[in-house]
Design a protein around this ligand. Structure first.
Ligand code: PGA
Length: 254
């Protein structure tokens, strides 16, 4: 894991955006895995401000709520259109269909699609309980794209996007941990102190289903971009690594 720690959330977003921009530059084709939630919003603004050319880029999103049609204001399809796709044209964009009649069949279709096109770089956030995409604690580490029940803590965390608690969907289709691990490169961004405990486990705990993000320790090309608050429970571990991470942690922080 390459771990970078920036002073502020905006600095972390800038670092991650710049890394993605560098990877896209000069490529004839690129498959970019995208995420929803609050973490990538600042980065998507940077895509827009820069008018980043993504006409050669195919995007695949991590997940979608079951029961919400693409036109639903809280669907991830709608989120992506509003935050990015309406302003930055991509070659093609893919998300699971939340309104599919047979969600299991839709998960299978999406898995095949993602496998067949192959993700060059997957952008990730992390949940407070250590989930990545909607792979909640307890999810098998070799899970493929599947239908999952959302935990109450995840539904509560996402409640802010809905008018009422009961409107928050109970299930989603999500890329599995194995699907995500198949990406050639992964960039995970976490900011704010509410992510500090999950980040601590992701970096320092033995990989287990209790903290799904721990699986990233086994990926050959992962960059974790944090701000100082999200890194606050890892300072000793970063120092102990004696690595570039520690050097950056202290130089950027001071
Ligand atoms: P957030 O969610 O970006 O809204 O914090 C991240 C996640 O739950 O994966």
């Amino acid at each position: 894991m390459n771990i970078l720690v920036a002073k502020t959330p905006a600095d972390a977003e800038q670092i991650a955006y710049t890394l993605i921009k560098e990877r896209l530059a000069g490529k004839r084709e690129f498959v970019l895995g995208l995420a929803t939630g609050s973490t990538p919003v600042g980065m998507y603004k940077m895509f827009k401000q820069d008018q980043l050319d993504c006409r050669h880029v195919t995007s695949v999103n991590l997940d979608e709520y079951i029961g919400l049609a693409p036109s639903h204001p809280q669907s991830y399809y709608h989120f992506m259109e509003e935050r990015l796709f309406n302003d930055v044209p991509f070659k093609e964009s893919h998300l699971p269909r939340g309104d599919a009649k047979d969600p299991d069949a839709e998960a299978e279709r999406y898995e095949q699609l993602v496998r067949s096109i192959g993700v060059d770089l997957q952008l990730l956030g992390i949940g407070e309980n250590g989930h990545i995409a909607f792979n909640e604690p307890g999810t098998a580490l070799d899970a493929k794209t599947h239908v999952t029940a959302l935990t109450e803590s995840t539904r509560e965390a996402n409640r802010r996007f809905f008018n009422a608690s009961e409107e928050v969907p109970t299930h989603a289709i999500t890329m599995g941990l194995d699907t995500i691990m198949n990406a050639r490169e992964i960039v995970l961004v976490a900011t704010g102190d509410r992510k500090a405990n999950a980040v601590h486990h992701m970096i320092e705990s033995v990989p287990s289903v209790d903290w799904p993000a721990t699986i990233l320790q086994a990926h050959p090309s992962v960059t974790i971009v944090l701000d100082t608050e999200a890194a606050s429970q890892c300072a000793q571990a970063l120092q102990a690594r004696g690595s570039e991470a520690a050097a950056r942690f202290f130089s950027i922080r001071s």
